[in-house]
Design a protein around this ligand. Structure first.
Ligand code: SF4
Length: 266
């Protein structure tokens, strides 16, 4: 983009609103690959002018048919910097095929001011029905295990998943679904600013450590970092219910996490 045709700069909130309006109006999608954040905002700002022209044309000819092309999963998004707006965008999201089978989007549970952020994999049937992550047996088990290291889920843990919608039959998340959905999670982490992160299960562990394809057992037992935030990796509570011998390892990981939160870990 040349410097001579720069449009007035938008805030991220304005940009997100404009993108939503553009899609609702059936406007062509914007491709922001490879751009810096500032360049992306400028691109949206330019689209504002196109949108004004389009609205005027629609007033004369009626609504246009939405232009489709590249799959929405591959589209980069400019996500809001405001927590409530981010949640609103996620609740209406149709960026991947899981949207068609969900009962509801499972965005999070717990206070966004929490010290600890727990990151799981994807909603199951109970979560899809309730809209809350980690309910049912594995959720109750998790609450119990957190309590053993004096962490109250209700007061001090914010929970989110890599995927916000339930994969059919509780199958593993697919790479394109993770690509489409993970920007929501990463923005949640940016906004919550936890003191520590606990990634449970291999999908969240690999995503946040950036160690794709590495076995979970090789990632646990150490303190990693995600954008400067200490990150501990462990088994998914549902896996513990199937493999009771991992419970001791999980508890060891919780002790490590506790020492990180308390600032005792060197
Ligand atoms: S899983 Fe994520 S990306 Fe896919 S539709 Fe749900 S919220 Fe959107």
């Amino acid at each position: 983009m040349s410097g001579s045709d720069r449009s007035p700069r938008l805030s991220p909130q304005e940009a997100a609103r404009l993108l939503r309006q553009r899609l609702e109006m059936g406007g062509g999608e914007l491709y922001l690959d490879g751009m810096t954040r500032e360049e992306a905002l400028e691109q949206v700002s330019r689209a504002k002018g196109e949108g004004t022209q389009q609205r005027s044309a629609q007033a004369q000819t009626g609504p246009s048919t939405r232009v489709t092309g590249k799959s929405s999963a591959a589209l980069p998004v400019v996500l809001p910097d405001d927590y409530a707006e981010l949640r609103e965008v996620a609740l209406a999201c149709t960026r991947c095929g899981l949207a068609s089978g969900r009962t509801q989007v499972v965005f999070s549970d717990g206070p966004p001011t929490a010290r600890l952020m727990l990151v799981g994999e994807a909603p199951g049937a109970n979560e899809d029905a309730s809209g809350v992550p980690f309910v049912g047996m594995s959720g109750q088990f998790l609450d119990l295990l957190l309590a053993t290291v004096e962490l109250s889920r209700k007061d001090s843990v914010y929970i989110a998943n890599v995927l916000k919608c339930r994969p059919p039959g509780n199958r593993d998340p697919q790479p394109e679904e993770i690509e489409a959905c993970s920007p929501f999670l990463l923005r949640q982490i940016d906004l919550v600013k936890p003191r520590a992160i606990l990634a449970v299960g291999s999908f969240s562990a690999r995503l946040l450590t950036g160690r794709d394809g590495v076995a979970l057992g090789k990632l646990r037992g150490a303190v990693h970092t995600y954008h400067g935030v200490p990150l501990v990796v462990t088994y998914h509570p549902a896996a513990l219910l199937r493999n009771r011998r991992w419970i001791r390892s999980f508890w060891d990981d919780l002790q490590l996490l506790r020492s990180v939160i308390d600032g005792d870990h060197a």
